[in-house]
Ligand binder design. Structure first.
Ligand SMILES: Cc1ncc(COP(=O)(O)O)c(C=O)c1O
Length: 365
């Protein structure tokens, strides 16, 4: 394999559908830490647990892997405006990469999207439109008509260039584990592009003879929006849309994975993987454990991978000696209000040692 000092995804330029290096729009995405999570692994009964920490990507989520490639293509093709409909993370990412590329960005989010995510996209200079309605229904319909009407560059996950960027998960893991292939890779899943793209990345390395097997892939979804889990369990060839309910994992609250959910099903089946739905309690527990035992603050949607690892270990599907990678796909500061603190934790104290002792006792975990 070719070694390079460039640790961004562009180290793998030859694997991406971008013709000229001069078109690359990069904010330093990729090359994120793959951390052996000893204390968290011990708690879950998984001594070989690794966390792929994508919370440190430039805009704080996995979307930067795909938008770096997607917006590079937009630049190459001469577009002037990029757009996306998003539960928040893609909006911020499209906005940031458009800013770097000199493109205008117009992003749509459903009402109810966390304010922190709207603020982030705005900070990168995007025009942010908050639309009444749910992501899969009215907002998606308006988005489709707008793309047709105005001819903007469409950055939805159905944009094939975007998937390509997420293949970098596979490439980086092979490299970071020195060619050792994990037994399982668990990915928080909405539209299923991450699962499909990782599978594609591993297949490419297999066909080059650089690796001799691929990991079993696991899609982790919230119970409130689990069409891929449902289709996988029912052995369907395609995903049937569901009405997504409210969930703390708001970034993956997607009931209708556009038209491409079937590809995730293929990846899960060909890899002999599985799909798991998690309750909000399981997700919040995983978020808390990941923060307090591994030192990584992941947003609830991202923590579904750890929740799934726990669930599959408890059910003995994942064995104790298995090498497991959980992708942590978004930063906890994206949705800080998911962590509920009691009033006493915010209360101030007088500046005395006695008051400090009392407060430590009161709030100690
Ligand atoms: C934090 C986070 N994790 C995971 C995903 C997974 O998306 P996909 O299944 O489309 O790869 C998303 C995107 O919607 C996300 O925002």
């Amino acid at each position: 394999m070719r070694q390079s000092r460039n640790q961004t995804i562009w180290r793998w330029f030859d694997f991406f559908p971008v013709a000229n290096r001069s078109s690359i729009v990069s904010l330093g995405e990729g090359g994120t830490p793959l951390i052996h999570a000893g204390r968290l692994g011990e708690k879950l009964g998984l001594p070989n647990l690794y966390l792929k920490n994508d919370t440190v990507l430039p805009t704080g989520s996995l979307k930067d892997r795909s938008n770096s490639v997607g917006i590079s293509v937009a630049k190459e093709l001469g577009f002037s405006t990029a757009t996306v409909i998003s539960t928040g993370n893609a909006a911020a990412s499209v906005a940031a990469y458009s800013a770097a590329a000199g493109l205008k960005s117009i992003v749509m989010v459903p009402s109810g999207t966390a304010q922190s995510k709207i603020i982030q996209a705005r900070a990168y200079g995007a025009t942010v439109i908050v639309v009444d309605g749910d992501f899969d229904g009215e907002v998606a319909k308006l988005y489709k008509s707008a793309v047709q009407e105005f001819g903007w560059y469409d950055c939805l996950s159905s944009n094939p260039y975007r998937d390509e960027g997420k293949k970098s998960y596979a490439y980086e893991m092979v490299d970071q584990l020195d060619g050792q292939i994990p037994d399982w890779v668990i990915h928080p899943t909405a539209g299923g592009t991450g699962i499909y793209a990782m599978w594609k990345g591993y297949q490419e390395f297999l066909s080059l003879g650089w690796i001799d097997r691929a990991p079993r892939l696991v899609a982790a979804q919230s119970e409130a929006a689990a069409p891929i889990v449902s289709a996988f369990e029912r052995k369907l060839a395609d995903v049937e849309p569901v009405i997504a309910r409210e969930t703390v994992a708001e970034s993956i609250q997607v009931g209708n994975p556009v038209s491409l959910g079937w590809r995730a099903l293929v990846a899960l089946r060909e890899s002999d993987g599985t799909a798991v739905a998690l309750s909000d309690d399981e997700i919040l527990e995983a978020q808390a454990l990941t923060g307090s035992l591994a030192g990584i603050f992941a947003e609830p949607a991202a923590a579904t991978s750890v929740a799934a690892a726990k669930k599959l270990r408890d059910a003995n599907v994942i064995k104790s000696g298995d090498v497991v990678v959980c992708n942590l796909t978004g930063h906890g500061l994206k949705q800080p209000e998911a962590i509920r603190l009691s009033e006493k934790e915010f209360a101030s104290i007088p500046p005395t040692l006695e008051a400090l002792r009392d407060q430590v006792k009161r709030t100690e975990r």
